[in-house]
Write a protein of this length. Sequence first.
Length: 303
Amino acid sequence: MSMYTIVLHGGAVTMKPGELSEEEAAFQRVGLGEALQAGWLVLSQGGSALDAVEAAVRSLEENPHFNAGRGASLNRQGEAELDAAIMDGRTLQAGAVSGVKYVKHPISLARAVLDRSPHVYLSGEGALEFALESGVPVAGPSYFQTEKTRAQWLELAQQEPAPSGHDTVGAVALDSAGNLAVATSTGGIEGQAKGRVGDSPMLGGGTYATNDACAVSCTGDGEVIMRGALAHEVYALVKYKGLPLAEACQAALGLHDDCLRGDKGIIALDPQGRVAIEFNTNVMRRAYRVGDADPVIAIYRDE
């Protein structure tokens, strides 16, 4: 029997000292703890890794202090466009959605695609229609326009700077049967162009899992992560080069560093329950719990 384990992240980003207030950091720590508990409860009761990562990410999507679901960043038009993916390491079945509006839990829509669609990836109106057919909860635009994201959008609209911010949420888990799974969800970049899609729903880009190597969820500059196919890079380094998981993540962070410069964070888990959390930023919201051991929650690099 495997030592069930769950690891999650709430986004990696380089921030100036004091840019993240103590109050906001405290809210994020609570949110990480709640999401970790949601996923851990599934595993501790003998549930599947796939159910655990969905539960953990759903919790983060409900929390306005993270850039996914309700707390999603708004595009140039002030709309929330949501991306998510989920993958089962046992079967290599996966579901992904992008450019979705009004769906409260994009990760559960991705799970519905995995479970009930002959396709892997749905986008835009087609994904929304599938959500309605599948009974995935939806909400009006005001649900996604929190005080925080609305203020950020107004500031961007007035200043017209380049898009900024790239937080994501994700989870990887190993269940007691030895199966791995991954889930990743994001609200994109503040002020992004309408229709922009990040790395989170890209299998092998920001999300990948297979029982014979590892489960990986990425966060950071989506365009950089996509061009490096970083989640698959970690898998390949473990599977074909035989690198230990942490070394594989470190190598992926440095891949083509002259061309792929930007914020990058990776959480990963292997079939033996080894945890890897690697990032090149000074902030990486992260948490993990191995079996009945105490949970670990951190935000800053020096923790």
